[in-house]
Design a protein around this ligand. Structure first.
Ligand SMILES: [Zn+2]
Ligand SMILES: [Zn+2]
Length: 170
């Protein structure tokens, strides 16, 4: 099951919409589990890796995934050639992911983009790698076309995530 934990207030109807999209993409139950408190010592923009590390524990069972949502900005990643925006972060094969909804001005209109980021980060937690199909949510998030895409996987990634999820359940 996917449990959404929010650091900031969101409209219930938008969280419901996000749950529906995630359910459609992964075919696993998805719910907004809790509002969680920001750990001490964080100021916007948040350092995503540290926040993921220090995030409060969310009641979850083995094989559950927790998706943290914040409306605040995440700190740019330092690259050898400058810096790149951080829209979300997860650990490959981990249990937690975080995304920022600050990538869109209006969540109602930008829900597809936010959901596409959610699919991408949760995909990594189910051991999906980046994908070369530009329509797929596992396409690299830093590409200019990424935000315009649909919150869907290509057939290959969808099969792979289905397999991982089924394996985890049994
Ligand atoms: Zn990625
Ligand atoms: Zn793919």
């Amino acid at each position: 099951m996917i449990r959404i934990a929010t650091f900031d207030p969101y409209e219930e109807k938008q969280l419901k919409r996000l749950c529906e999209i995630l359910y459609t993409a992964f075919a696993v139950g998805t719910e907004h589990s809790s509002n969680v408190r920001l750990p001490e010592g964080f100021a916007e923009p948040y350092e995503a890796a540290r926040l993921l590390e220090e995030a409060p524990r969310v009641h979850a069972y083995a094989d559950d995934k927790v998706l943290f949502l914040t409306s605040k900005k995440l700190k740019d990643r330092a690259l050898p050639s400058g810096s790149a925006p951080t829209n979300g972060l997860s650990k490959y094969a981990g249990e937690k992911a975080i995304i920022t909804t600050s990538v869109v001005k209006d969540l109602e209109q930008g829900m597809k983009t936010v959901a596409r980021h959610a699919l991408h980060q949760l995909g990594h937690t189910w051991e999906l790698h980046h994908c070369l199909d530009p329509r797929c949510a596992m396409y690299p998030t830093w590409t200019p076309s990424f935000p315009q895409g649909e919150p869907i996987f290509c057939p290959f990634c969808r099969d792979r995530s289905d397999q991982k999820i089924r394996l985890a359940k049994s």
